[in-house]
Design a binder for this molecule. Structure first.
Ligand code: FES
Length: 100
């Protein structure tokens, strides 16, 4: 696993999402209840950008057909057969790094 710097920790407010392209991986970072979370930003249904959707508690809701995913576990809520990858994060020196 390699760690990739994304942004300053202060750039992600609680309840907000930010999208990043890391190589070929689209990563979305959000802060839920004060905790930073990272997940794959491509919806497994038809490929919408989840970072353009809505964050509702610890769920992200896809902007195209409203499928919902748990950003902590990656588990699909609307369709339990679906899921998104979740990634480890660390903060060092006030900067957020994602492990891919
Ligand atoms: S593309 Fe996300 S729910 Fe259809």
């Amino acid at each position: 696993m390699d760690w990739h710097r994304l942004c300053a920790e202060g750039d992600i407010a609680d309840g907000c999402m930010c999208s990043f392209q890391v190589g070929e991986t689209h990563v979305v970072v959000c802060r839920v209840g004060g905790e930073l979370r990272a997940f794959n930003g491509i919806c497994p249904h038809r490929g919408a950008m989840l970072g353009q959707g809505t964050l509702d508690g610890q769920s992200v809701i896809c902007p195209w057909h409203n499928w919902e995913f748990d950003v902590v576990t990656g588990q699909g809520v609307t369709n339990e057969q679906s899921s998104i990858a979740v990634y480890p994060l660390k903060v060092e020196g006030g900067e957020i790094f994602v492990g891919l």
